[in-house]
Write a protein that binds this ligand. Structure first.
Ligand SMILES: CSC[C@@H](O)[C@@H](O)C(=O)COP(=O)(O)O
Length: 349
């Protein structure tokens, strides 16, 4: 086993409240938001205070705890009926990361067994979801790193680290493990327009871990690959469909196309809570579109020509045929197909 020193947690439960690091302010301001209602939790997910598919799911699970507390206060006998509105608000906070809906289902499945105050039972369940996510990340870190050659560089996109998960990270977990074991010598990170998760969050996490990181604009990825610097592209996922198609941060699909052209391997790292066996292919995934202002403005300042329109899909779908391996805590799926996905997930979902 590799030694783990990672302690950063984006989502914590303290003093009977949900505490979120405000990721919109990182890395230069470290502010914690304390939330006491499910409605505020849904708003925080929508507003990107917390982001990253597993972290969104975990936050929603704690949101259900807050919802149940409020509903039970209103009516100890009728809380299960009263909680519906809050669960709907949580479900409507963001559409693409399936971990959100998975976590809500996990929590709701417990309701029928609860007698009396639901809070202790639901809090334990939310904490268990977070602990299981961290354990999955450590496992995937080792499994993913076992695919890497010795002493090479990798390219990653968006932020998939402690901030995006229960802790440690998916793609960044593989990178952490790969660096600790000497397989990775250098990390290239896309800045990830327009929210700059790469520049603000991934670079911050890697610098803290003393892992050498070089930022590039997404448009530079092809030129970097052409130089022969990158052995693997390693990314996370927001939803993986039954055929192995992967929705992830906008720009991921470009990287997969580029990687194939340049003979570079492409790895997706995600826990089974990101797998949606109900959808046959990635074409059925709802892709979130956010406000055009996120593209037209930067740091509150208009940068684009006044009058220009903007298109702001925040995820894209990478077809399974461009993916060399999907790493999950249930195992690795090489050259994913529906049959291979079913063999791993249908038995257990
Ligand atoms: C382990 S995080 C995996 C994905 O959620 C991540 O790559 C991503 O696309 C995050 O998007 P975001 O819009 O920041 O929530």
């Amino acid at each position: 086993m590799t030694q783990h020193h990672d302690t950063l947690r984006a989502v914590t439960w303290q003093d009977n409240k949900l505490q979120l690091i405000d990721q919109r302010k990182l890395p230069h301001h470290h502010e914690i938001l304390s939330l006491e209602t499910a409605q505020a939790t849904a708003q925080a997910i929508h507003d990107m205070v917390v982001r990253g598919a597993p972290a969104i799911g975990i936050t929603a699970a704690y949101g259900v705890v807050l919802a149940a507390r409020e509903a039970y206060r209103q009516s100890p006998t009728d809380w299960m009926a009263l909680i519906g509105k809050d669960i709907e608000a949580l479900a409507n906070s963001r559409p693409t990361a399936v971990n959100l809906f998975w976590a809500l289902r996990q929590m709701q499945a417990l309701f029928p067994q609860i007698n009396g105050d639901p809070e202790p039972v639901l809090l334990a369940a939310a904490q268990q979801i977070q602990q299981a996510d961290i354990a999955a990340n450590y496992f995937m870190g080792e499994l993913g790193a076992s695919y890497l050659p010795q002493g090479k560089s990798v390219l990653t996109h968006c932020n998939t680290g402690s901030l995006a998960t229960g802790g440690y990270g998916t793609a960044l977990g593989v990178i952490r493990n790969g660096y600790a074991t000497g397989k990775i010598k250098h990390v290239y990170a896309d800045e990830t327009r327009p929210w700059l998760q790469g520049a603000r969050l991934t670079a911050w996490e890697l610098v803290q871990d003393q892992i050498p990181v070089t930022l590039l604009v997404e448009g530079a990825a092809a030129a970097l690959m052409r130089q022969g610097q990158v052995a693997w592209v390693i990314v996370g996922a927001d939803r993986i469909t039954a055929n192995g198609d992967v929705a992830n941060k906008i720009g991921t699909y470009s990287l997969a196309v580029l990687a194939r052209y340049h003979g570079i391997k492409f790895m997706v790292v995600a826990p089974s809570s990101t797998v949606d066996m109900q959808l046959a292919t990635g074409q059925q995934i709802v892709i979130e579109e956010r406000l055009k202002e996120e593209v037209l403005r930067l740091n509150g300042q208009t940068i684009a020509a006044t009058g220009a329109l903007a298109w702001n899909p925040v995820f894209d779908v990478t077809p399974a045929e461009l993916i060399d391996v999907i790493i999950t805590e249930k195992g690795a799926i090489e050259n994913p197909t529906t049959e291979k996905m079913q063999a791993v997930f249908n038995a257990s979902l």
